[in-house]
Design a protein around this ligand. Structure first.
Ligand code: FES
Length: 124
């Protein structure tokens, strides 16, 4: 995972693919959701509150594109731009959740919104 979060944090995967975003203006500042909990993917809606995740501030380049493919799996190595990491990610995320050292806590996360060790979210 990139340095937008501590290396040990594992986000939730809201979508195994990018969001196609149009009409971004050069110089416009966006907050990319890194936790995967936002209901306004790929952007932050504040749902990370109560977690260790923080949104990534991204400024739209001066030479803006018509369409941006913005990562919505949250595992890109070039945030917030999709780098195709989502391809084949399904199996590794399943293994990550199944092998989570905190799996016994998944049935009752208490106040936590997600398991930051593996990205598990109950009832997503
Ligand atoms: S909602 Fe995910 S980082 Fe803010």
């Amino acid at each position: 995972m990139s340095d937008h979060n501590a290396a040990t944090l594992k986000p939730h995967v809201p979508t195994y693919g990018p969001c196609s975003i149009r009409d971004l203006k050069p110089g416009e500042v966006k907050l990319w959701c890194t936790c995967g909990l936002s209901q306004k993917q790929p952007w932050c809606d504040g749902s990370h509150k109560g977690t260790s995740f923080l949104p990534l501030k991204w400024t739209v380049p001066e030479r803006a594109q018509t369409v941006y493919l913005i990562c919505a799996c949250k595992y890109t190595k070039r945030p917030p731009i999709c780098d195709a990491t989502h391809i084949g990610l399904t199996c590794s995320i399943h293994e990550q959740i199944e092998g989570c050292p905190l799996k016994q806590e998944h049935s009752d996360l208490g106040d936590r919104k997600l398991c930051e060790q593996c990205g598990f979210v109950p009832d997503w």
